[in-house]
Design a protein around this ligand. Structure first.
Ligand code: PMP
Length: 325
């Protein structure tokens, strides 16, 4: 009989799909790597499983333990799938700007969710990073996984996401475009792809309100760049250890509005029902399309599924409230 021994055995090997109408006036081939095909419907299933395996190997996580993480939602799901398999309790801290669907989905699979305020500095005791650290210090036999600084994050993409792209494009990829949150995806994939072919361009998508683009161009951490924004999962107010800025050739900023509208367009014009940061990545690719030649093969990573945003970008009232429609 043909069956998987556990749901986590189905992580990875996600499809590449051509994007047609949106790039109809562009040169080159634009391919989307659709990470919602993972069992937890996001790219973060890949790192969830590996960060738990790594923590066990290092002796940081023992039977009956508790896994704690600060997450915009997807990493919580990825970790939860592995935690369920291995019998760990799971607690996540999540900023209150994240979609209600993400909170409800985590609760549905047995995760304890602690919602924290979004608009506080990372070092504030109420921030989702600080609350997670504090929980770790209080709960015995617990570990704060910390996807930002845990290098098992980017190593996972080096070992799985990138080799898949290399094989699927038959070594023809010329550009990789990915939203940058922890930086694990872009750095891990970028390291692997540049080892295979140093000419491959690695372009990161950033938000307005995030420090990344300016830091990449000037190496100045400018707190003046930081302000609240709506796009979920990308852009940061910290510099995580997972990012290697030297691997990234260019950062492109995409507005909340352009990201939201493109997310909807991706659904209605391509039939790809994807998350908010997916729209940001496609919109960023379109902003850069004049640099793409007819022989180029562009791979755009689409990290998660549209179901997590039905109350937000896919909701007309939410769009109108934010003046996006
Ligand atoms: N999109 C979404 C929806 C995410 O949750 C994340 C992770 N924060 C990203 C993009 C960015 O991926 P990475 O953390 O690997 O940079």
């Amino acid at each position: 009989m043909k069956y998987a021994k556990h749901i986590t055995d189905l992580i990875g090997n996600t499809p590449l799909v051509r994007i047609n109408k949106i790039f109809k006036n562009s040169k080159g081939v634009f391919l989307a790597k659709i990470e919602s095909f993972n069992p937890g419907h996001s790219i973060k299933d890949r790192i969830g499983k590996n960060m738990i395996d790594d923590a066990e190997k290092k002796g940081l996580l023992k039977p009956g333990g508790t896994v704690i993480e600060s997450t915009s939602g997807n990493t919580g799901m990825g970790l939860a799938l592995a935690a369920i398999k291995k019998g760990y309790k799971m607690i996540v801290t999540m900023p209150d700007k994240m979609s209600k669907e993400k909170i409800d989905i985590l609760k549905a699979i047995g995760v304890e969710v602690v919602v924290t305020p979004t608009n506080v500095a990372p070092e504030d005791e109420k921030s989702y990073y600080s609350v997670a650290r504090n929980l770790e210090s209080k709960i015995k036999n617990s570990i704060y996984i910390n996807q930002y600084d845990n290098l098992s994050n980017r190593i996972t993409h080096y070992n799985s996401t990138a080799p898949e792209i290399w094989r699927q494009t038959e070594k023809k990829i010329t550009h990789l475009i990915a939203g940058v949150g922890t930086g694990g995806t872009i750095t891990g994939c970028g390291m692997y792809l540049k080892e295979k072919n140093p000419k491959i361009k690695i372009w990161g998508i950033d938000t307005y309100g995030s420090v990344y683009k300016k830091f990449h161009e000037t190496r100045i951490f400018d707190k003046g760049e930081i302000y609240p924004y709506l796009t979920e999962g990308i852009g940061e107010d910290i510099i995580p250890k997972n990012i290697n800025f030297d691997i990234i050739d260019h950062f492109e900023k995409v507005s909340d509005r352009d990201a939201a509208l493109m997310t909807r367009k991706l659904a209605t014009e391509e039939g790809i029902f994807a998350g908010n940061s997916c729209g940001a990545a496609i919109a960023g690719a379109l902003q850069l399309e004049s640099q793409i030649k007819s022989t180029d093969v562009v791979v755009i990573i689409l990290p998660d599924h549209g179901s997590r945003y039905v109350g937000k970008v896919y909701n007309d009232n939410w769009m109108k409230k934010n003046n996006f429609l």
